[in-house]
Design a protein around this ligand. Structure first.
Ligand code: NAD
Length: 272
């Protein structure tokens, strides 16, 4: 039976991916910092749930080798766990930077480092890393997040070019905003910032109907079936990406407008 590990599988995008995989007859190991949540999702799909902190390289390694030993194969590893960190650069502390790098970048590195040798030995497997549209286009007020997501895109594309020779596939998922609890938990366990929390959240919500995690999970499955290097979704995200490639400087100017608008809103808020 095909087997997958999904980190961050207790919530949002990870949970939707677990359900898609479960529905396709894949045995899913749901791994999350929220162990009870992981077990709940696993219970719904007949998989197994474990508590995992992706910042702990040893724990990630033990999980990957344990799953390979128990199940006899490892078809997919979704390095999906991540946190949202937001605020203008002057508001952010080094803790904001370090925590983002630890979870969003090192967490993915740990998953890749553990799973890649296993998949090379098998001669097959698919590593799927969740980055973000913020890994492809300029995204103000979330510099650490954007930095880690660009790094995950770079890591994934580089690895993909090497992995093909071993029969191993690598894809990276770059969604625009998705309606998940992440949007309500900006800077978890970190100092609050004015621009990273409620102001940012309401601006995102005000953009209208958000892309759902279920729709994204379906798009991810279609992208994986076609062995896409980059899965950039929804269509509005692909348009933004195209704009940034056609004119990087125009994309920066457009993003700067959002920063200026925020500055104006702040000044009018301060004076009222
Ligand atoms: P979410 O908050 O709903 O789910 C994230 C899950 O990751 C949670 O269950 C959380 O407990 C888990 N997690 C956090 N830190 C962890 C750690 N150290 N070890 C293990 N698990 C940990 O968020 P989501 O929106 O589903 O995000 C999933 C991924 O998608 C993230 O990498 C995020 O950056 C990315 N993403 C989200 C959006 C969006 O708008 N929601 C857009 C683009 C990319």
């Amino acid at each position: 039976m095909r087997t997958a590990i999904v980190t961050g599988g207790a919530s949002g995008i990870g949970r939707a991916v677990c359900r898609e995989l479960g529905g396709r007859g894949v045995h899913v190991v749901v791994a999350d910092l929220d162990g009870a949540g992981a077990e709940r999702v696993a219970g719904e799909i007949g998989g197994s749930g474990v508590r995992l902190d992706v910042t702990d390289a040893r724990a990630v390694e033990d999980l990957v080798t344990g799953v390979r030993d128990d199940r006899g194969r490892l078809d997919f590893v979704f390095n999906n766990a991540g946190i949202a960190v937001g605020g203008t650069a002057e508001e952010l502390t080094l803790d904001h930077w370090n925590r983002t790098i630890d979870v969003n970048l090192r967490g993915v590195v740990h998953g890749v480092h553990a799973a890649y040798p296993v998949m090379i030995r098998q001669g097959f497997g698919h590593i799927v890393n969740t980055a973000s549209l913020a890994g492809l286009v300029p995204t103000p007020m979330m510099a650490p997040y954007a930095a880690t997501k660009h790094a995950v895109v770079g890591l994934s594309l580089a690895l993909r070019t090497e992995a093909a020779a071993h029969g191993v596939k690598v894809s990276v998922v770059c969604p625009g905003f998705v309606d998940t609890p992440l949007l309500d938990h900006v800077n978890p366990g970190l100092p609050r910032t004015r621009t990273g929390t409620s102001a940012r959240r309401s601006a995102i919500r005000a953009q209208g109907r958000l892309y759902s995690a279920d729709a994204l999970a379906g798009d991810i499955m279609r992208g994986l079936a076609r062995d896409r290097a980059l899965i950039v979704v929804p269509a509005s995200g692909r348009l933004a990406w195209l704009g940034a490639r056609l004119s990087p400087s125009l994309a920066v100017r457009v993003a700067s407008l959002a920063v200026r608008r925020l500055g104006r809103d702040r000044r009018s808020g301060d004076s009222s």
